[in-house]
Write a new protein. Structure first.
Length: 578
């Protein structure tokens, strides 16, 4: 730790204290974008040897890189930028972080208030920039001698506790912005001494212990579960390895059938024969309806399955108990009967199950047996020598090493992985941006997760997502932890061909499919990234294995016929049990 804060001027003094206070709160990774107005913050970071500094050319990519960092660590990455449109470029990542409760800290530099609204260059109204997509904000005045430093640090500490999504600190600075230039008036001696005392503290100025979790009527919930003969466990996005371990125990103890959303990271942890592989296939929906669950325990939220919300829940008379720590309404079907705002592991820890469970094993077999047959029929279909999204998903899941990360892009990619099984046992950390399911920033999120977790990530995205985030290839090439980027190039946005709008060809093409006619070998070469190209199922498995052997970032482009993929999808949906 540097012995003293920078004190050439008040801008540097405040910046040193802010940076040091964030580090004391455990926020030690800073994603820095260039600028002049944020020079005091950059100077403080350059002076601070405890800070992990990531240089980012583009703010939009930086926002998603920080998002990936937070998904891996559970702690906010700190974004640092200049004034004007720079902080606006964080907006898409901030929306995603807000909706999915991923922590994020934004430090934006700003012009002094007398320049705002005066047609001064690179100046906008930055307070409340993120509107309702920000958990809390702090709009700091230009540093001055009569603003209590204790108040500055107390507010920073509080904002850290509020960071269950994006929080915004807007820092206005007047000149001088650089070291070596003093303020017109010298810093008062007493203020400098106070700053040095605060800076040298090893702990935050104000600490906020984590609140204790209280769950009401757990005896009643345990009794309801014990009395259920036909139950169903549904697992959505979770919040950490503790949740996975707790649910692994609960599912095996209850014996209920379970559906694991692909984003739960649990598909490969539980035996496939205990799982419902799909909530979307017509036969799966019929089998679950015949099983007629009495109680559904839903952990997490944001399931990929459309029919869980649109068909299964509305048609079911089951009592739905949702366990999810994320705030706000997380119930698109408006069917949740009991909402418990705790993590899965806190719920399981508090659950006192009795040994006399009322499990109907015959009903379970009538559900899981035909479901196994249905998946075997799907496997036979996918074994055809034709490339498809589900077939690619099977190949990637078969090849990805245990313990690594898997980022799944939105649209057709994540749906394909949700529709197939994972090898068992296989512990894979699945990452996705499903808060608002945008297609931008996917590469940057993958890099942020890989760097923070220090685990290699395989990122599978579509061609349009790739084109949205081309500048993040610079991050990919420079990542300290490899990312294998699998780009499925089917010539545009083809999910619309599976929606009702497909019946209007004059609308869907080119306005929605946005065909581009490009392949990406030269883009890989531009960033000195190894490149592989696959056009058959065998080539996908082979080249993916070759990319894994490199132990550096690489791109695997899979050329996919949209017509053949659509035909495979239709054939899968038409499978019927004998």
């Amino acid at each position: 730790m540097p012995p003293l804060p920078l004190s050439d001027n008040l801008n540097l003094l405040w910046s040193s204290l802010i940076v040091a206070e964030l580090i004391k709160n455990g926020l030690d990774t800073f994603f820095i974008s260039p600028g002049n107005r944020n020079a005091p913050l950059i100077s403080a970071l350059a002076h601070e040897d405890r800070a992990r500094k990531k240089v980012c050319v583009d703010e939009r990519a930086a926002g998603y890189r920080a998002l990936g960092h937070a998904k891996a660590t559970g702690r906010p990455g700190v974004l640092v930028c200049t004034s004007g449109t720079a902080p606006a470029n964080y907006y898409p990542a901030a929306i995603e972080g807000f909706r999915d409760e991923v922590p994020m800290m934004i430090l934006s530099a700003d012009r002094p208030p007398e320049l705002v609204g005066s047609d001064a260059n690179q100046t906008i109204v930055q307070p409340d920039l993120y509107g309702s997509y920000c958990r809390d904000s702090l709009f700091l005045p230009c540093p001055c001698a009569d603003y209590p430093l204790e108040a500055l640090l107390a507010k920073i500490d509080y904002l850290v506790t509020a960071a269950t999504g994006p929080v915004h600190v807007n820092c206005a600075f007047r000149d001088p912005l650089v070291p070596g230039l003093p303020d017109p008036q010298p810093i008062p001696k007493g203020l400098l001494e106070m700053a040095e005392r605060l800076y040298s503290r090893s702990r935050p100025y104000t600490s906020y212990p984590a609140p204790e979790t209280m769950i009401r009527d757990m005896d009643g919930i345990a009794a309801k579960i014990a009395a259920t003969s036909r139950g169903l466990v549904v697992i959505g996005r979770l919040d950490g390895p503790e949740d996975i371990e707790a649910l692994e125990w609960l599912v095996m103890t209850l014996g209920w059938p379970v559906f694991c959303d692909v984003a739960s990271s649990m598909k490969g942890i539980l035996p496939a024969t205990r799982q419902l592989f799909s909530l979307d296939h017509p036969e799966a929906i019929r089998l679950i309806a015949e099983y007629s669950p009495e109680t559904i325990l839903q952990f997490g939220s944001g399931l990929v399955s459309k029919h869980y919300y649109a068909t299964l829940l509305p048609q079911s008379e089951a009592e739905v108990i949702q366990i999810c720590p994320r705030k706000g309404l997380r119930d698109p079907a408006h069917r949740v009967n009991s909402r418990i705002l705790v993590s899965a592991h806190a719920f399981v820890d508090a659950l006192n199950l009795q040994n006399d469970l009322s499990l109907d094993r015959v009903a379970r077999l009538r559900l899981l047996g035909p479901m196994e047959t249905l998946y075997q029929l799907m496997e036979t279909l996918l074994a055809r020598k034709v490339l498809s999204f589900p077939g690619i998903a099977v190949d990637i899941l078969a090849g990805i090493p245990d313990g690594e990360g898997l980022f799944l892009g939105n649209s057709l990619v994540i749906r394909a992985f949700d529709a197939v099984r994972s090898p068992f046992p296989r512990r894979i950390s699945v990452i996705s941006n499903r808060g608002v399911s945008g297609i931008e920033g996917n590469i940057a999120t993958s890099v942020g997760f890989a760097e923070a977790s220090q685990r290699r990530v395989t990122a599978v995205i579509g061609d349009i997502s790739f084109l949205h985030d081309l500048n993040s290839l610079l991050l990919l090439a420079g990542s300290t932890t490899p990312v294998i980027l699998v780009v499925i190039n089917n010539g545009g946005g083809r999910i619309f061909e599976r929606l009702p709008i497909r019946n209007f060809p004059e609308i869907i093409d080119p306005y929605m499919t946005t065909p581009h006619g490009m392949t990406f070998e030269r883009m890989a070469a531009q960033f000195d990234l190894p490149y592989f190209k696959a056009g058959t199922p065998g080539e996908v498995a082979h080249h993916y294995g070759q990319a894994l052997k490199l132990e550096r970032s690489a791109i695997l482009e899979v050329i996919l016929s949209p017509e053949e993929d659509l035909r495979t999808f239709a054939d899968m949906q038409q499978i019927r049990l004998p």
